[in-house]
Design a protein around this ligand. Structure first.
Ligand code: DHB
Ligand code: FE
Length: 283
């Protein structure tokens, strides 16, 4: 049977991809960042997931930049996923290889569990997927060392799915993973957040203190962390702070009691409080 081996949360800031792609991860500021992500790369090398399910939000790359289609939840069903062209050409990073058998199983299991999920048979993945993979696997890889299944959450247009809904989707995803009959090691990544606002009067807002306290809750009191309202996230952590729901979905996949294996913050990275966390179930 497939086994869940851990949950990882990480911000997905495009600047990090640009700095890595242009070999500019240099100087004191970026060296602190580079050192801070090393334990996550080591965790990946040690634990070797066969598949990473990457929970992310698409930033207008697939469903129409003018938001023709606004989709709460969707799953990648494809054989492969190319890096999306987000206006500067495609990132020169590997194409993600999918796992269609596991995607089909997850789609079926989620639908039977009453989560209506859009199934995308063609999907380019934007910085919400490619930047976390570069963070976790390195900048010089010829191919990603695991298969990838993208699971997207629509947070760039209102209304957005609540933390509670995302947490419950995580629980349903856990059932799907553990009922897949092949022996695969699966890690779930939740990308995005934490505090940031990219436009409007409060552009540049960062609230690292709130983020730290909320992460403590996410680890130890997930039922409280998931019930933070979207209005509170937006008020305390900025409009894009609502990307924290992807971390909540990842947390929903894990047991209620977890070990926090690693946490790192570096602030600001671009407009964001860069945050990284690794969780493992206790047994
Ligand atoms: C930034 C952060 C994001 O989450 C994103 O999707 C785009 C940009 C930023 O801080 O620059
Ligand atoms: Fe984002």
């Amino acid at each position: 049977m497939a086994k869940l081996i851990g949950g990882i949360g990480t911000s997905h800031i495009p600047t990090i991809g640009m700095v890595m792609d242009s070999d500019q991860m240099k100087g004191e500021y970026w060296e602190r960042f580079a050192n801070g992500i090393v334990p996550a790369r080591e965790w990946m090398k040690k634990n070797k997931p066969d598949v990473c399910i990457v929970v992310y939000n698409d930033h207008g790359s697939n469903f129409g930049i003018t938001l023709q289609n606004v989709i709460p939840f969707g799953l990648g069903m494809a054989k492969e996923y190319k890096p999306a062209d987000e206006g500067f050409g495609r990132r020169q990073v590997p194409t993600c290889k999918g796992n269609q058998e596991l995607s089909a199983h997850i789609a079926n299991s989620l639908l039977l569990d009453e989560f209506d999920i859009v199934q995308s048979h063609e999907l380019d993945v934007d910085h919400g997927v490619t930047v976390p993979l570069s963070i976790l696997f390195g900048e010089d890889v010829k191919q990603w060392p695991c298969e990838v299944i993208p699971l997207y959450v629509g947070v760039i247009q209102y209304p957005q799915p609540s933390g509670n809904r995302c947490y419950n989707l995580g629980k349903s995803l856990r059932k799907a993973i553990e009922s897949f009959p092949k022996d695969l090691k699966v890690a779930v990544l939740g990308t995005g957040g934490l505090s940031h606002q990219l436009q409007g009067e409060r552009a540049g807002l960062i609230n690292a203190e709130y983020d730290s306290k909320w992460l403590d809750k996410l680890v130890h009191e997930p039922l409280k962390a998931k019930d933070v309202s979207l209005v509170e996230f937006i008020r305390e952590t900025g409009s894009e702070g609502a990307e924290a729901v992807m971390w909540i979905l990842m947390r929903g996949v894990m047991d209620e009691e977890v070990n926090e294996v690693y946490r790192f913050m570096h602030s600001p990275v671009s407009n964001t409080n860069y945050s990284l966390m690794i969780l493992e179930n206790k047994n």
